[in-house]
Ligand binder design. Structure first.
Ligand code: UD1
Ligand code: MG
Length: 422
């Protein structure tokens, strides 16, 4: 159903085909009309709901060391510049991807005039590149006494960069499903190989009595766990998708939750290593959030650009890496409850017990503009079956609210379990 095509390679073109290419080029120039303006103003206003309390926690509520606070603020300033650069570059890149015939049709608008518009695909590539540039520049401004953190930080960036590359390869080549699932396992290698941090887990207090020890060294199994987490986070974001704004929206909600969690942990802890681990996560997630907000400004309903697998893989890998190096992977998995549910619902189709079509999206009725749930095992379809037919925008808002509720539930759970669980 995707209408993604690639322009033919010059080397293989016969003269006859070259004339065809000209036609394509002429056709595509007609497609090169500018994309709809961004919705940045509305999105920035809405994001104040997060930014005001977050910066209050960092700057005023908690007594955070001056150096650490300075690094976080510099990272936030760089991220804001990243937001503006991404916002400026997306319309430019959109023209280039359209020129190379990298576009998709909006399936949930099929049968309406909007359904036949060529929507530029893979704009995650802009987000990924801007993120990397600012994350690399930031190293200059992190004022810690030792530079050991640079090894893991750069390994993390290498994994994220590898994931962006493989995501873009997937977008361009449209690789088969089984191969898609494997791509993140390759991209996670730089991090796994460079990881020299601890491989121990703290046993939950209620279990210490039965097991007889407080700390368990998992050794290589810890690395296996990290690897599986990276594979899960990337693929689970990619398959909870297909509604305008859902891919980026879920990332934004989770990124906000991660930042609040990091700020709270830095605020209450007195252990410098623990604080550094959470600061590490902040340095990766702030630029992720800022650049994602810029993409969201173009991807929110009606989408004028699509994010591509480049973005879903990149976002999943960045959050996985933040969770691994920040040592809060259990909390991260609770933030990911909707993705876990969607994955469980998808299992029969992913495992091949039930046929899995190329797109597992709801059915769109062009007369009413409403979506109806199909039998494909996704959270999107489950919500439609439970709550009845609704518009794509309402469904996406409902799913994002559900994501926020799950993140809120995680904070509540942590609050109840503190002192009893660990
Ligand atoms: C995953 C899902 C697939 C879902 C697709 C939507 C699984 C196993 N795969 O596949 O069911 O249909 O994501 O992204 O669960 N699109 C829209 N509206 C949007 C976003 C995307 O119509 O808001 C369509 C466009 O035609 C776009 C295409 O989806 O070109 C992108 O699909 P792609 O990301 O390649 O799909 P997969 O990740 O392989
Ligand atoms: Mg995808």
């Amino acid at each position: 159903m995707t209408a993604r095509k690639r322009a033919p390679s010059e080397a293989t073109l016969e003269p006859q085909l070259k004339s065809q290419e000209k036609t394509t080029a002429t056709n595509s120039t007609t497609d090169l009309s500018p994309i709809a303006p961004s919705k940045a103003a509305q999105i920035l206003k809405l994001s104040l709901i997060f930014f005001l309390p977050y910066f209050y926690l960092i700057l005023s509520h908690y007594n955070i060391d001056a150096d650490l606070k300075r690094s976080i603020v510099i990272n936030a300033v760089l991220s804001s510049v990243g937001f503006l650069v991404t916002l400026t570059l997306i319309p430019v890149a959109s023209r280039y991807v359209l020129r190379r015939n990298l576009f998709g049709y909006d399936i949930n608008k099929k049968g309406t005039p909007q359904g036949s518009v060529k929507v530029p695909e893979s704009l995650g590539i802009v987000v990924g590149i801007v993120f990397l540039v600012f994350a690399i520049l930031f190293q200059y401004f992190n004022f810690t006494s030792d530079s050991n953190w640079l090894v893991e930080y750069n390994a993390a960036l290498a994994s994220i960069c590898f994931m962006i590359l493989l995501g873009f390869v997937d977008d361009v080549l449209d690789v088969p499903w089984r191969v898609k699932l494997v791509l993140p396992s390759i991209a996670a290698l730089p991090l796994l190989m460079a990881y020299a941090g601890h491989t121990t887990i703290i046993i939950p207090k209620p279990l210490i009595h039965y097991l007889g020890f407080e700390v368990l060294d998992l050794g290589w199994m810890y690395k296996l766990y990290m690897w599986l987490l990276a594979i899960f986070c990337t693929n689970s974001i990619n398959i909870h998708a297909g509604l305008n704004g859902l891919e980026v929206g879920q990332t934004i909600v989770i990124a906000c939750a991660i930042l609040i969690h990091n700020a709270m942990q830095i605020g209450v802890s007195s252990d410098p290593e623990y604080k550094q681990a959470h600061a590490f996560s902040i340095y990766l997630v702030q630029p992720l959030l800022a650049t994602s907000l810029a993409l969201f400004s173009y991807n929110w309903n009606p989408s004028s650009v699509f994010v591509g697998d480049t973005y879903t893989y990149f976002a999943g890998m960045t959050m996985a890496v933040a969770g691994i190096l920040g040592h809060f992977s259990e909390t991260l998995l609770i933030f990911f409850i909707p993705q876990v549910l969607n994955f469980l619902l998808s299992l029969p189709q992913l495992a091949g017990f039930i046929p899995c079509p190329r797109h597992r999206l709801p059915r769109f009725d062009p007369q009413t503009g409403l979506l109806t749930g199909t039998n494909d095992g996704t959270l999107v379809n489950l919500f439609l079956r439970q709550f009845g037919r609704m518009s794509e925008k309402s469904l996406c808002i409902l799913l994002l609210i559900f994501q926020a509720i799950c993140c809120g539930f995680c904070f509540l759970l942590r609050w109840f379990l503190t002192g009893w669980y660990k």
